[in-house]
Write a protein that binds this ligand. Structure first.
Ligand code: NDP
Length: 309
């Protein structure tokens, strides 16, 4: 019997309980899964940082923490956590992100807003360019960014991606390092941020970065709010250097009511809904990782605690 603590919101427990039980059955594991266990008996924690659990030192038999979220910035630096930490890579989460990014890229590419907001009786028969003539850059081509990149390339967009290590993805221009960052900024009519938040990525989109972009470029940020220096973005929107920013994530969430992003005509705010884990598929990933832990096999999607993601 494997003892598993589910440490997330009550709402998550409602959604995850049955899919997890099904998934543990499917991998042949006999588990006791609960939101309450004596800490000294717990072997795995299925975890969301929002649960409020920050001190792991009482969990003396703990074998791994399995994060329910893709982002781990709230837990990776926790000094009381001395066991492997896995992040979430979930096909459902990936599909949702691909749909969000593709939808918002197409909105800007096709100039859909002009037709929705400027229907003024004047016939302007200017067709938008083809996707092949629109350069899209994606900062972060991991699980989510690579899936978005290949989908957008499949639609014909001229896609480049930037990552920490140099990657090879069919049909995508791949870049890394500082020079690669400068190059991708300079070629991105539409820039999508899908980096994790780490010490190295915080503030990566500052005034200098924005100045390197083509005038009138668009930014889409479903990554993490502090990747962007907000004041620099607002200045770039004021000058027209950046034509529009679609932002899903913010330094403070919920975004405070008086934040200038809410009322800025050049900003679209979405409330951290770009994507989320989907219990049926995410439960399968969690169960597979517990199975691996029990079989002495390497965990999937381990976080590199030094790199911070
Ligand atoms: P991954 O870890 O799979 O990918 C991260 C990518 O960022 C990798 O390509 C990585 O490079 C790159 N990267 C990391 N640090 C650097 C750096 N210093 N310089 C250049 N590239 C870097 O993460 P996911 O794709 O699963 O998720 C990305 C982020 O998306 C999450 O961390 C989270 O913040 C956000 N997210 C937002 C959601 C929302 O609803 N808004 C939902 C889910 C996730 P390399 O490939 O070399 O490792």
């Amino acid at each position: 019997m494997v003892t598993i603590l589910f440490s997330a919101s009550d709402e998550s427990w409602e959604k995850y309980r049955a899919p997890l039980e099904t998934a543990f059955d499917a991998v042949g594991l006999d588990v006791t899964l609960s939101t309450r266990h004596d800490p000294e008996t717990v072997e795995y924690i299925v975890y969301a940082p929002s649960s409020g659990l920050v001190d792991f030192s009482a969990f003396t038999r703990l074998k791994a923490v399995l994060n329910l979220w893709a982002g781990v910035e709230a837990v990776t630096g926790n000094p009381t956590l001395n066991v492997p930490l896995a992040r979430m890579v979930d096909p459902g989460l990936t599909s949702g992100m691909v749909e969000y990014v593709t939808g918002h890229v197409l909105r800007h590419h096709l100039g859909i807003d002009d037709h929705i907001h400027n229907q003024d009786g004047v016939w302007r028969p200017e067709a938008p360019p083809l996707a092949q003539d629109r350069r899209v850059g994606i900062l972060g081509i991991g699980a989510l960014g690579a899936a978005c990149a290949t989908t957008l390339a499949g639609l014909g967009f001229d896609v480049a991606g930037w990552s920490r290590s140099q990657k090879t993805i069919d049909g995508i221009t791949t870049l890394s390092g500082t020079e690669g960052l400068h190059a991708i900024l300079a070629r991105s009519d539409i820039l999508v941020l899908l980096l994790p938040l780490t010490e190295a990525t915080r503030g990566v989109i500052d005034g200098h970065a924005l100045d390197r972009m083509p005038p009138g470029a668009v930014i889409i940020n479903p990554g993490r709010g502090p990747l962007i220096v907000d004041s620099a973005l607002i200045s770039a929107l004021e000058t027209g250097q950046i034509a529009h920013a679609t932002l899903d994530v913010f330094a403070t969430e919920p975004l405070p009511r008086d934040h200038p992003f809410w009322s800025h005509p050049g900003v679209t705010v979405t409330p951290h809904i770009a994507s989320s884990t989907r219990p049926p598929t995410a439960a399968t990933v969690i169960a597979e990782n517990v199975r691996r832990g029990e079989a002495g096999e390497p965990f999937l999607h381990l976080v590199d605690r030094d790199a911070g993601y």
